[in-house]
Design a protein around this ligand. Structure first.
Ligand code: HEM
Length: 467
């Protein structure tokens, strides 16, 4: 596989300012970054930002996802970004949005830099994100700053065992994984071998509820529904008022689970910690329940990748058999499949940061308070620089160097990297293994052509036949 690291040529009528000399003390006024015109900004927002927002950044709207897939809007968004990068070179490109500083990241090195330099001067607590998440988790680490962020990030890292591919409680999670996958297979058999997303999603969340909250929460649809209602409000960010009464029910129910501390759950681990009030542990858990939704999508799409690549499926099966006796198997190929699923069909396509002060780039200064937009599909699916852009290449998922050199960042990177990523890969890979171990699988809803994978794969309409 090949990936080049060329910076894009600068063409068009825009003059790229000379590099900044720090001795002169330039600022964003004297030495601005290149700026898109109002018409270009409108077009960029319509082509790139709108499909992401319309699909539902916090909870997906299935009908919009179907339309975006049908009209190929994701591929168009990447093409647009390529055209913008051809014209503006390294950027970052300031957009002309009334009342708000926004910048689009165009250069792979800038992606690394911005993610590494979080939370200062590139804070994860970006304004739009804060407005979206305040509907169900106003004190989550992701929208906290300063010492609060540090403490809350630590709560997440400890509970999710962030540094370890195999969570310290993995063995305790496995019965839930095996039993819920087996229950799903029984449902599939009863449906004549048909597997659809709603059945998968329900089984996945029965497992998630058990792992996070405890076995007695297996069928707790109420918390899930509460979350879904508030997430739907979150899709509208500041355009909808916060329903404070409904919102408060979420941490209250989570606190109950922490107090109950059912053995084998992450809630039990949390129940043993000595938290301070500002740690707000009960406000970190909603982020997990929210984020296990895209994890379900990614694994479900991963099944489609394997079903349409029989040689990979065979290797994955071999690995499943080899590790069958292990209490918490590592299943590298299945993990890499999930990473590839996320590279190809990012579930967090827009990484957002906000500058806490002016920041110098090679071609100008970014003002304080700028929302910085990293549109990951532009990097993940860039066929100009990645010869595997539209193929399923699980070796890439496993390939640290590739990720370090070229931004493959489905879980973000740097100090703000997703602390749940290893747990996600553990639970997705083991759940998938249970489904694949003894079944043949075929995609019945879509035609996936190995060399030309689509820009979006609608998980809601994706169906399989299992035999
Ligand atoms: C496929 C599934 C997932 C993906 C693709 C994903 C991706 C991400 C990304 C890109 C971020 C950074 C967001 C930003 O900077 O704006 C993030 C943050 C975070 N994720 Fe995940 N995530 C997933 C699942 C999970 C799960 C299941 C958990 C918990 C069990 C989790 C916990 C978190 C937390 C706590 C943060 C905030 C970290 C911070 O504030 O520094 N994620 N995730």
């Amino acid at each position: 596989m090949a990936y080049s690291h060329s910076s894009h040529p600068t063409t068009g009528s825009i003059r790229v300012p000379e590099p900044v000399s720090s001795a002169a003390g330039p600022n964003a006024v004297q030495n601005p970054l290149p700026r898109a015109t109002a018409a270009e900004t409108a077009q960029i927002l319509a082509e790139v930002e709108l499909p992401t927002v319309a699909k539902g950044p916090i909870i997906r709207r299935p009908r919009v996802v179907a339309a975006v897939e049908r009209f190929g809007l994701e591929a168009r968004a990447v093409k647009w970004m390529q055209a913008v990068a051809e014209k503006y070179g390294k950027g970052p490109l300031m957009l002309k949005v009334p009342g708000r500083n926004m910048a689009l990241v165009l250069d792979p090195e800038h992606v690394h830099r911005i993610l590494e330099e979080s939370p200062e001067p590139f804070a994860p607590a970006e304004t739009l994100k804060r407005h979206a998440l305040k509907h169900f988790e106003p004190k989550v680490a992701l929208v906290s700053h300063g010492s609060e962020r540090r403490r809350r990030r630590q709560v997440n890292e400890e509970a999710l065992d962030h540094g370890h591919p195999i969570h310290r409680m993995a063995e305790q999670f496995m019965p839930a994984v095996r039993q819920e996958a087996a229950a799903l297979l029984r449902e599939v058999d009863a449906a004549g071998g048909r597997l659809d997303y709603s059945a998968y999603f329900a089984a996945w969340f029965r497992m998630v509820n058990r792992v996070v909250l405890g076995d007695s929460y297996r069928d707790d649809d109420e918390l899930l529904e509460l979350m879904e209602t508030q997430r739907a409000r979150g899709n509208w960010a500041f355009l909808r008022p916060v329903d404070t009464e409904a919102r408060q029910q979420i941490p209250d129910r989570i606190q109950q689970a922490i107090d109950r501390a059912e053995p084998g759950s992450i809630a039990a681990f949390m129940g043993q910690q000595d938290y301070q009030a500002e740690d707000a542990p009960e406000q970190q858990v909603p982020q997990w329940l929210f984020a296990f939704d895209p994890a379900g999508m990614a694994s479900y799409r991963g099944l489609a990748l394997l079903a349409s690549h029989p040689d990979r499926l065979q290797s994955a099966r071999l690995q499943i058999t080899e590790q069958a006796a292990e209490t918490a198997p590592t299943l590298p190929l299945l993990r890499a499949t999930v990473l590839e699923s996320l590279r190809l069909w990012a579930t967090t396509p827009m990484l957002l940061r906000e500058t806490t002060r002016e920041v110098e780039f090679e071609h100008g200064v970014m003002p304080r308070g700028t929302s910085v937009l990293i549109f990951t599909p532009f990097f993940h699916r860039d066929e100009r620089n990645l010869d595997f852009a539209h193929r399923f290449v699980p070796e890439v998922g496993d390939h640290e160097r590739t990720r370090e050199e070229w931004p493959l960042v489905p879980f973000s990177a740097g100090p703000g990297i997703c602390p749940g990523r290893h747990l996600v890969l553990l639970l997705t890979s083991t759940f998938m293994a249970e489904l694949l171990a003894e079944r043949q699988i075929e995609v019945t809803s879509h035609q996936l052509v190995p060399g030309e994978l689509p820009a979006l794969l609608n998980n809601f309409s994706l169906e399989f036949a299992l035999s």
